[in-house]
Design a protein around this ligand. Structure first.
Ligand SMILES: *Cc1c(COP(=O)(O)O)cnc(C)c1O
Length: 395
């Protein structure tokens, strides 16, 4: 990202999507806590429904507080438009429902967020949908799996929890050549570190629950599209299936979003130090962090991201047993799933977030039993290292 773009983004994070309301001039956006909106006349009601006039009708179809968040997200991801959803999974299911017809085929990242994969393997299979979940950091392998009925290339980069990085530009090239849609789950990077639409992706999605809200107190999701056509298609499916956000939730997420760059930069600075410290410890067998030279796609990360972020995973020489002892001994880090909040969280994906993925598939995706995932927060880094050190010493 150029200096100019970074500058623009930092100001947009604070201001995009909101202009003081004309009635009270409130600096913080009002929460339009209403399910429905009054029409001025029967004629106006009809004009709103036919689309001749722009305005609000009913909150499942649109609401000013939700729209403020959507406009901010569209600006940060440089899309045509954004849709806010009840959860990240509502965003995932809306994308699948919008673009996968009966007997369609999907190619996805093997280490995809557990439920994004499980919903295909246990629910969409009922409609004959097929999928190949593979190591998408290997572009040649993606190409080999493309079939006549392939509709979607669904990428998570960096992937959870292995931090494997997929070449977004190469995927966009393959998608164009084979007439597929490239969807990128950008939750781990956030728009501060990566803008997939700029590399040719068609649709970007987020679990707002993570970095964008950033305070571990709300769930939410978003879908940002490259074009009006894609946006309209997704909007139709979202409104019909009803996975929309509510106004209070939108206000909370917008409040969290306003400090996104400050939190991401601080957590990343902490993560860089922790990753280097872990890598030098005798108890540690390996560390997966895109900011380390030892990461297999370190160079690719520098080409498509502005920084490696604050998510990392590692394994101990003592394997699974030692790892469990360690995560039971931390005092400052919290043992919890989820990520991207201001507090540091530690978890064991094989038995927690990815428990629903079959064992063999987990191994293929690099989710080994010894893997510990750390979502580094914004605390003082010396305190975090001290906590990890006392937990390691005992394990
Ligand atoms: C959490 C998460 C999701 C799902 O989001 P929810 O808000 O929990 O529904 C999807 N993708 C990634 C990468 C996630 O971390």
């Amino acid at each position: 990202m150029s200096e100019h773009k970074k500058r623009k983004l930092e100001t947009e994070i604070i201001h995009a999507g909101y202009h003081p309301d004309p009635v009270a001039r409130s600096v913080s956006p009002p929460i339009f806590q209403t399910s429905t909106f009054a029409f001025e006349s029967a004629e106006q009601g009809a004009a709103l429904f036919s689309g001749q006039e722009k305005g609000f009708i009913y909150t499942r179809l649109g609401n000013p507080t939700i729209l403020a968040l959507e406009e901010a997200l569209a600006a940060l991801e440089k899309g045509y438009g954004a849709l806010a959803t009840a959860t990240g999974m509502a965003a995932v299911s809306t994308i699948y429902l919008a673009f996968l017809e009966k007997e369609a085929h999907l190619i996805g990242t093997a280490a995809l967020y557990g439920p994004s994969r499980t919903i295909i393997e246990t629910e969409f299979v009922r409609f004959g949908v097929e999928a190949d979940f593979i190591d998408t950091s290997d572009t040649a392998e993606i190409k080999k799996r493309i079939k006549k009925n392939t509709r979607l290339l669904f990428i998570e980069s960096p992937a959870n929890p292995t931090m494997a990085i997929t070449d977004l530009k190469a995927c966009a090239g393959l998608a164009r050549e084979h007439n597929l849609l490239l969807v990128v789950d950008n939750t781990f990077a956030s728009p501060v570190l990566q803008n997939p639409l700029e590399f040719g992706a068609d649709v970007v999605m987020h679990s707002l629950t993570k970095f964008i809200n950033g305070h571990s107190d709300v769930v939410g999701g978003a879908i940002i599209s490259r074009s009006q056509e894609l946006h309209k298609r997704l909007q139709k499916v979202l409104r019909l299936h009803g996975g929309t956000m509510d106004p209070h939730q939108a206000w909370l997420v917008l409040r969290g979003l306003r400090t996104l760059h400050l939190r991401v930069e601080r957590a990343q600075e902490n993560a860089r130090k922790i990753a280097a410290w872990l890598e030098a410890r005798p108890e540690v067998a390996w560390v997966n962090y895109p900011g380390l030279k030892s990461h297999p796609q370190h160079e690719l990360m520098t080409r498509q991201m502005t920084g490696p972020g604050s998510m990392l995973s590692f394994g101990l020489k003592g394997g699974y047993e030692a790892g469990l002892k360690m995560i039971n001994r931390v005092k400052l880090c919290t043992l919890a799933v989820s990520l991207g909040g201001i507090e540091t969280l530690i978890q064991h994906p094989a038995s927690m977030t990815h428990a629903s993925v079959p064992r063999e598939e987990k191994e293929k995706a690099g989710i080994t039993d010894d893997l510990i995932r750390l979502s580094v927060g914004c605390e003082n880094v010396e305190d975090l290292i001290e906590d990890l050190e006392q937990a390691l010493r005992e394990s």
